[in-house]
Design a protein around this ligand. Sequence first.
Ligand code: TYD
Length: 136
Amino acid sequence: MSLKDLCPVLQFADLGDERGKLVVIEGNQAIPFEIKRVFYIYESDSTVVRGQHANRESEFVLINVAGSSKVRITDGREEFVVKLNRPMMGVYIPNMIWKDMYDFSDDSVLLVLASTHYDGSEYIRNYDEYLKEVNS
Ligand code: TYD
């Protein structure tokens, strides 16, 4: 399976009407896991690179609910970039995939849905170590 198939861009249904837009994301329905954690990143600017890690356990969905950012996704062999710039789109990132988030617009609010509670010990923050683990 290619990296893009492993990390699909998701389009969420718009339940909006004349009163405005509404996007609903239910665990194991619109995304392939139960949501255990939600966090969001804002006031990162265009010079900042965040992420820079892989997770042994956690799966994520990233959504720019406002503004835009880019996510560089790699498995150590292939790489692709997703521009997140609509509240109705997201990207799914399974475990053991390396990601960098960057190019945040001033108004960027990057919402992250996660399949796990936070556990710092499941993060791989060194790229060489990541390559060793994925290639072993
Ligand atoms: P970090 O992993 O560097 O954030 P990002 O990947 O979004 O750039 O996290 C920054 C700090 O926040 C770090 O000390 C760990 C802490 N943190 C939590 O306590 N819980 C969480 O769910 C997350 C994502 C981070």
